[in-house]
Ligand binder design. Structure first.
Ligand code: GTP
Ligand code: MG
Length: 238
């Protein structure tokens, strides 16, 4: 596709796995169990996007939509320092929005359209995509409405990514499948709506200590390769 660009994750192995990094005009999903590093990667990308193109960035700002109150400015400072950026400037280049419920989450993104070009936003982070929706529309009786709203929101994200040539990254939770006896006992939340909405789906899992393993799933275009990285003081590293 014409004019697609990439934001480096800051991890060579992960960039290679993704075919160059996080793509613009696309939605990349980060899924995995608690503590696996989804939020850490979001922080890292919000810094990486600010770097000049020869260092893997797009010299752009990030819009960070935080639904779980897990954004940590001090973490941005650590990562920015390691990447050679002024920490305070790096923080200013992350437009932070706390989303208090699913409607608010959708309004933030809708309103953001007005400032994407003027502010130079090249990355939108939604951490997490599904948490509010799952809390507000629990159980089977609300499933149809929840999925319909989620579908609307993902459609909105995809249009924005395409129209403004920016990258969209969202995190997703895993849910246990107690009724399966073989294969993967976990699956991503959000069902078909999220599965079809995400352009790239990155599954993260824990390995020893701070080591993590990433794999692209649900993609016929990507080989069943894996990438290793670790979470350190300086952020995510090879
Ligand atoms: P949920 O949102 O709960 O689903 O998890 P998550 O996937 O977002 O996990 P998160 O990104 O919050 O990762 C937390 C993990 O990152 C911790 O368990 C630590 O292993 C690691 N981590 C966070 N900060 C640091 C740090 O400053 N140094 C190091 N070495 N590791 C860190
Ligand atoms: Mg998190």
């Amino acid at each position: 596709r014409r004019s697609v660009k990439y934001i480096s994750t800051g991890v060579k192995a992960l960039d290679e796995l993704l075919g160059g990094g996080i793509e613009t005009r696309a939605i990349t999903e980060l899924v995995g169990e608690f503590g696996v590093g989804k939020t850490q990667l979001c922080h890292q990308l919000a810094v990486m996007v600010q770097l000049p193109e020869d260092k893997g960035g797009l010299r752009g700002k990030a819009l960070y939509v935080d639904t779980e109150n897990t954004f940590r400015p001090e973490r941005v400072v650590q990562i920015a320092k390691y990447r050679g950026l002024d920490p305070q400037e790096a923080l200013r280049n992350i437009l932070y929005a706390r989303a208090y419920n699913s409607d608010h989450q959708m309004i933030i993104v809708d309103e953001a359209k007005k400032i994407i070009d003027s502010e130079g936003i090249r990355l939108i982070v939604i951490d997490s995509l599904v948490a509010h929706f799952r809390a507000e529309y629990p159980g089977r009786e609300n499933l149809a409405e929840r999925q319909q709203k989620l579908n609307h929101f993902i459609g909105q994200l995809l249009r924005i990514a395409d129209l403004y040539n920016i990258a969209v990254v969202f995190t997703n939770q895993v849910i246990a499948q107690p009724d399966v006896f073989f294969g993967n006992p976990q699956k991503p939340a959000g069902g078909n709506v999220v599965a079809h909405g995400a352009t790239y789906r990155l599954w993260l899992r824990k390995s020893k200590e701070n080591t993590r393993i990433a794999k692209i799933f649900d993609s016929p275009m990507h080989p069943e390769k894996e990438a290793l990285f670790r979470i350190a003081e300086e952020g995510l590293l090879d």
